[in-house]
Write a protein that binds this ligand. Structure first.
Ligand code: PLP
Length: 402
């Protein structure tokens, strides 16, 4: 047998991992499985906004040739304007790199920024894109704790205690996956301060910034830390239901010149893949001015709002389940009281739930969270489907009480 590269040793993608494979096997055997594993709205009947459809139809011929390795000029201009509107200072279209999703942007930045042995501070729980790219770049993932008892805000003292001379970057996912948290202004200020004092690069994954509910306002980390080197990530996969298009970008901000070498590194990597998918870039100008199609999902009567309500009402009926209601996106990261149920751990729970109730959720360890028994629910199906899934969970748990 040929050995796999050692760089893959710690890489894990549980959202599409062994439990998912098991769900597919069950489906192949004729069992219907409700798959609440991926944040992929188009799979659950969310419709492509007209703004996106029209932009694609109108401009399709412009996507025929390779485009600029950093992305099409019109799209980069609009992205730049968007982030200036969100408070990033001193940025220009040349600071924007359009990529095949935030996923590709994450891979490029980590390859360009993180050398062998460099440490990256990552949140726990963590969306594994970031830990995986840390491992692949030869870096060391160091997890800081987000606190369920403080609305899932990062634990500032924990971050401070984990900074070492090898720490190079600090990642903040806000709004967060898997918790759905939106961080407080005070937390962001303190994070910026840690980066400033320790000369860290801030990485701000803000892909859910347009999916904030309950009248809350999302603040861009780069806007709070204009004097700190920062790379902000965003994209249209979720806000405009185009996960499959692969449309994301990164923006460099902070003191002039500080990130020039890294940016040149990204340029080299971007050149290697010639250009990002040009078709997706055609829709960026129209999508970024179409905030209405996103907004209507988030208010009472809108799908994301009502789906959250249905899920939370279902969970409220379960003794031994608790959760912090998400303020953004469509994820919930509930806990089960270990003392009340007979599961060995979160993985054991999720496998049994899949086998017995035919619902797929991802256990907390898939997000590098091992503190208690948690799992992530993706609240994308219609409210009635989610209500039934929570009833199924209640029934399932009644059979596993100690
Ligand atoms: C926090 C976070 N960052 C990045 C991504 C990747 O998004 P993209 O489709 O732009 O690659 C996701 C996808 O779920 C995500 O949740």
């Amino acid at each position: 047998m040929i050995a796999v590269s050692d760089r893959l040793e710690h890489v894990h993608s549980d959202i599409r991992g062994p439990l998912y494979e098991e769900a597919l096997r069950m489906e192949a055997g004729g069992t219907n499985v409700l798959k609440l594993n991926t944040g992929n709205p188009g799979r659950f009947g969310f419709k492509l906004p007209n703004s996106v459809r029209q932009a694609l139809a109108l401009h399709i011929d412009e996507a025929v040739p390779y485009c600029d390795v950093r992305g099409m000029a019109d799209a980069r201009n609009v992205i730049c304007t968007y982030h200036i509107g969100r408070g990033l200072q001193g940025i220009m279209p040349g600071d924007v790199f359009i990529c095949n999703g935030v996923s590709e942007a994450a891979s490029m930045i980590m390859d360009a920024l993180i050398g062998t042995g460099d440490e990256v501070l990552l949140p726990s729980p963590c969306y594994s894109l970031w830990s995986n790219n840390t491992y692949l770049s030869g870096g060391k993932a160091v997890f800081y704790r987000c606190d369920p008892n403080n609305n899932w805000n990062p634990d500032i003292d924990d971050i401070k205690s984990k900074v070492t001379p090898r720490t190079k970057a600090l990642l903040v996912i806000n709004p967060n996956n898997p918790t759905g948290a939106v961080y407080s202004h005070e937390t962001l200020v303190e994070i910026a301060d840690i980066a400033r004092k320790n000369k860290l690069v801030l990485l701000a994954d803000e892909i859910y910034d347009r999916l904030v509910m309950d009248g809350l306002r999302h603040e861009s980390l780069g806007a709070i830390a204009p004097d700190v080197p920062c790379v902000t990530f965003n994209g249209l996969s979720k806000s405009h239901i185009i996960c499959g298009f692969r449309c994301g970008w990164m923006v460099f901000s902070g003191p002039k010149g500080e990130l020039d070498e890294v940016r040149n590194g990204v340029m080299k990597l971007a050149s290697m893949r010639l250009c990002g998918n040009a078709l997706t870039q055609l829709v960026i100008p129209a999508a970024l001015v179409d905030s209405e199609s996103t907004r209507e999902m988030l208010v009472p009567g809108g799908r994301l709002f009502e789906q959250r309500k249905a899920t939370c009402e279902g969970l409220d009926k379960i003794d031994g389940a608790s959760y912090i209601q998400n303020k953004a996106a469509f994820y919930l990261f509930p806990a089960l009281d270990k003392n009340k149920f007979d599961f060995e751990n979160a993985e054991d729970f999720a496998l049994k739930f899949l086998h017995e109730s035919h619902v797929l959720v991802i256990p907390g360890n898939g997000f590098d969270w091992n503190e208690d028994l948690r799992f992530r629910i993706v609240m994308l199906p219609e409210p009635a489907v989610l209500s039934k899934a929570m009833d199924d969970l209640k029934y399932f748990l009644s059979k596993h009480r100690r």
